[in-house]
Every structure is written in structure tokens, then in C-alpha cells.
Design a protein around this ligand. Structure first.
Ligand SMILES: Cc1cc2nc3c(=O)[nH]c(=O)nc-3n(C[C@H](O)[C@H](O)[C@H](O)COP(=O)(O)O)c2cc1C
Length: 190
């Protein structure tokens, strides 16, 4: 039987589908990839997950998100910067799993530029006087800083992307790895 998925050209097409979907989600706030799950390795090697917003995707597929510098995820990354990201598009039944290394943006100019661009309402997320995750009697009693903030940007440089598309006739699963700066892909059993 003639296979629809027999050569490298097809895996390249799948890679481009994944890439275009990520690039589309950076512009379209309603895109299903706009919100994704990020896993870090917590204390005692326990897995830790949370939903985050996709803020930027570069041509080389570096993925960026905003966070509070005091959050647990940042503490985790300082110990071990291996992360796994999970994207799911329920319209296309497409899942992307991204393995990579996370880095905190250290360039003050870049941080200031992103902060300046942000809506005032969004800035509140990085201005709580108390640390994120600390106990509070009443959410309305949380104090917010007027003159300082704890805004941070996390960049994730991907090294592996796993593509899984569920289809009635035949599910399609492929693994892409970056070797010496070049992405290479192969099909794997779904
Ligand atoms: C829809 C949604 C979007 C979120 N986006 C972000 C985000 O972009 N950055 C962030 O740090 N936390 C975001 N959060 C909160 C995280 O899921 C998490 O609760 C918080 O960052 C604390 O995580 P940590 O203690 O593991 O660091 C979002 C939560 C939801 C429900």
C-alpha cells in the first residue's frame, strides 16, 4: 500500500505546520496554543506544572513567557533549567511537546521595553507586595507595590519537539531533534 508519510519531505511539512502554529499563536490571542503548560522539576525532583501565556516565538523557535521573578518556577529553573512545554489544539487534535532549556532574560533594556509595552492592568500581576504562593487571609487584602515590580521574562530554547496529530484513519506522531543547529525529524509509533 502506498504510504502518505514515507519520506523526510513529509516530516519537514509537519515541522513547518508545528512552527507556523506556534508563530500564529504569538499574534492571535484566541489561538489554542496561546495558553500552554510548562513543566519544571521541583524540589525533591517532583514534577511541577502550570498554565502560562505564550508571549513570543522567534524564527529559531525560542519561546518566551512573562512571570514574577519570585515565583516557584523561577526557583526551579535556577536549580535545573530543563523544562517541558505542552501545547494542545483541540480543533486540529494536535499536540506539541517541547523539551528545552529555560533562561531568564537578564538584559535590563529588553525587560524595560516589554514592561513599557504592557497594559497597566497586566502590570498588577508582577506587583504584589507579598511573594506569590504566600498565605493570605483574604484576596482583597493583597497589597500592590506602586513604584517597583518583580517582572521577569523566561525564554525557552527548544531541543526536541514531538508532534502528535490524532486522525480517524491514522494518527501521526513524529519526533524532531535539533542536532548541531539543524532540526531533523522521524516518524514514531503513535
Ligand atoms: C489562563 C492562565 C494563564 C496564566 N498565565 C501565566 C503566565 O503567563 N505566567 C505566569 O507566571 N503565570 C501564569 N499563570 C499562573 C500559573 O499557572 C501559576 O499558577 C503561577 O505562575 C504560579 O506558578 P509556580 O508557583 O509554579 O511558579 C496563568 C494561569 C492561568 C490559569
Amino acid at each position: 500500500m502506498l504510504s502518505l508519510y514515507k519520506d523526510a519531505t513529509v516530516t519537514k511539512e509537519l515541522f513547518n505546520t508545528a512552527k507556523e502554529a506556534l508563530l500564529a499563536a504569538k499574534k492571535d490571542v484566541k489561538h489554542p496554543f496561546r495558553y500552554f503548560t510548562m513543566a519544571t522539576i521541583g524540589i525533591n525532583n517532583s514534577p511541577r506544572l502550570r498554565t502560562v501565556v505564550l508571549r513570543d516565538v522567534k524564527e529559531d523557535l525560542t519561546i518566551s513567557l512573562f512571570t514574577d521573578r519570585r515565583s516557584k518556577k523561577v526557583t526551579h529553573l535556577k536549580e535545573n533549567n530543563n523544562v517541558c512545554l505542552l501545547f494542545f489544539n483541540h480543533n486540529d487534535m494536535l499536540q506539541l511537546k517541547v523539551d528545552g532549556k529555560a533562561f531568564l532574560e537578564e538584559d535590563d533594556k529588553v525587560l524595560k521595553k516589554a514592561w513599557k509595552k504592557m497594559k497597566e492592568s497586566g502590570k498588577k500581576d508582577y506587583r504584589s507586595a507579598q511573594d506569590p504562593g504566600s498565605k493570605v487571609k483574604d484576596p482583597e487584602m493583597i497589597e500592590y507595590l506602586d513604584t517597583s515590580h518583580h517582572f521577569a521574562i523566561i525564554h525557552i530554547i527548544p531541543s526536541k519537539i514531538e508532534y502528535l496529530e490524532l486522525k480517524k484513519e491514522q494518527h501521526v506522531r513524529a519526533l524532531f531533534s535539533k542536532e548541531d543547529g539543524v532540526w531533523e525529524g522521524s516518524f514514531i509509533v503513535p
